[in-house]
Write a protein that binds this ligand. Structure first.
Ligand SMILES: *Cc1c(COP(=O)(O)O)cnc(C)c1O
Length: 494
């Protein structure tokens, strides 16, 4: 059971199927355009969407809003230094600001950064500095179905080759993303991290952690890496930070706050140069774009996030939803991580080719069916087409991410998601693909407009996708909000 009870509640939007259908048309089938009061269960992201604890709210009230040298900063600094061991801590308004400050200071045009997988803002900030971001995920990451516990690892052999290769002189930084968000939320083992750190040290290249989900990574290490069984998540986390030269942190994830982040560094000279940029663009170094109360809430959140009971219940929630997903006949990236499930939409919807965006088609249907908001991670996000809509590049997999906000939804909410997944899978062959009607030149998924395509009339009423266990073939469960709406082909928006 969840190791907390609820003291403050917020109403959840209840909408009819007809309202959701109209909302989809209004936002041109882009779920980023929905208003929060049109969404029943919001699984768009786990970033900044968690619930605060009573202790965090108390810390919020004791926030000291002095411009310089606030007590809040001292408490924040003490908490972050105790966790990371880094003497130089620069607060920033969120993770990508830490990326910008560090990369603008450390990188020169033409440099290369290496990573297990760069997160998208991390890659963008590397490229904005005229540099190249290269991902070196381990080979196990390519098999979505295998149960390998550490698919977030970097490929150590390729890292060693790169650090000793002809381009070695251009490699300025190695970034280890914990957990590997771009790689399905998979964890990195301590063995892998320490090998990578050894190689970097021998090559004289700094290594930093992109530590947004350091506690979830540490939890998975205590579960699956034999040498760390019996260690506490906090011990593992401290050891991970100790292996690196610094960290980039988005506190909106494992800080369990709504905004904030920091840059942690060992090197005094690098920290001094970063601080100069911080003052010019984020704020004075004792607040860095945050309010005193934010710093206090981060300090408290960092203490709570490594509590084993909390992490256990987070793992339980993700495993519960993973079981419901599999029972619905939908496969997901295995093993399920803690912050999100990645559903294999390409496999569920074999009648929709990549450039008609099966992940997005599934996202729209989950919203129509049950008011669930999720996000595509497939060819809408990563692909490219020519002016006639013919594919140039497609994503390696067509996935849909169901992110799990921290301490926000209960088991009942997840059961609702499971019911919607089961109903959706029953009629998967009636889900249409989409075409783009208008798109911005960059980061298109945020503002792209789409329209559903007609389903081919010869479509068999029997789905030809993954066979489902008989037990999962349950009759459609009617929610109160959709009781009067029979499933009809008009669902496809045609
Ligand atoms: C969210 C995230 C970031 C960026 O942090 P923001 O707070 O959203 O700016 C960087 N890296 C990883 C791994 C993330 O998950």
């Amino acid at each position: 059971m969840e190791p907390y009870r609820i003291k403050v509640v917020e109403p959840i939007a209840s909408t009819t199927r007809e309202q959701r259908r109209e909302a989809l048309v209004r936002v041109h089938y882009n779920l980023f355009g929905l208003r929060a009061d049109e969404v029943t269960i919001d699984l768009l992201t786990d970033s900044g969407t968690g619930a605060l604890s009573a202790a965090q709210l108390a810390a919020c009230v004791s926030g000291d809003e002095s411009y310089a040298g606030s007590r809040s900063f001292l408490r924040f600094h003490r908490a972050v230094e105790a966790l990371t061991g880094y003497p130089h801590i620069l607060p920033v308004h969120q993770g990508r600001a830490a990326e910008r400050v560090l990369f603008s200071t450390l990188l020169k045009p033409g440099h290369i950064t290496l990573s297990n997988t760069h997160f998208d803002t991390t890659r963008a900030n590397v490229e904005l500095n005229g540099c190249t971001a290269l991902d070196l995920p381990c080979a196990e990451a390519l098999d979505l179905d295998s149960d390998e516990p550490f698919k977030g690892n970097i490929d150590v052999a390729r890292l060693e080759k790169a650090l000793g290769g002809p381009e070695a002189g251009r490699i300025a930084l190695v970034i280890m993303t914990l957990t590997n968000n771009g790689g399905g939320g998979q964890p990195v083992s301590m063995d892998n991290l320490s090998r990578a750190a050894d190689l970097c040290r021998s090559a004289g290249v700094p290594i930093v952690l992109d530590a947004a989900r350091f506690a979830e990574n540490a939890w998975l290490v205590t579960r699956h890496e034999p040498a760390y069984r019996g260690h506490s998540p906090r011990q593992v986390a401290e050891e991970a930070f100790a292996l690196a030269d610094g960290c980039l942190m988005s506190a909106k994830k494992d800080g369990i706050t709504h905004i904030g982040g920091f840059l942690g560094l060992r090197d005094a000279e690098l920290a001094r140069r970063c601080e100069q940029l911080l003052v010019a663009t984020e704020g004075f170094p004792t607040y860095g774009g945050l309010a005193g109360r934010d710093l206090d809430m981060i300090a408290q959140g960092l203490a709570e996030v490594t509590e084993p009971e909390y992490l256990q219940s987070r793992a339980d929630a993700s495993h519960h939803l993973a079981r419901l997903t599999r029972a619905a006949g939908i496969s997901l990236v295995e093993p399920p991580g803690l912050h999100a499930l990645y559903l294999n939409a390409g496999r569920l919807l074999p009648h929709i080719p990549p450039h008609q965006y099966p992940g997005h088609a599934l996202a729209c249907r989950l919203y129509l069916e049950g008011g669930i908001r999720s996000v595509e991670l497939g060819s809408l996000y990563l692909g490219k087409e020519d002016a006639q809509g013919r594919p140039i590049t497609t994503a390696p997999y067509e996935l849909l991410r169901l992110a799990l906000p921290r301490r926000t939804y209960t088991r009942d909410h997840l059961d609702h998601v499971g019911e919607v997944l089961a109903r959706t899978a029953e009629s998967a062959d009636r889900i249409p693909g989409y075409r783009i009607t208008e798109q911005p030149p960059a980061l298109r998924h945020f503002r792209v407009k789409l329209a559903p395509l007609p389903l081919p009339p010869t479509q068999s009423p029997l789905r030809t996708g993954v066979p489902r266990p008989a037990a999962a073939r349950r009759p459609a469960v009617e929610e109160t909000t959709t009781a009067s709406a029979p499933p009809d082909p008009g669902d496809d928006g045609r």
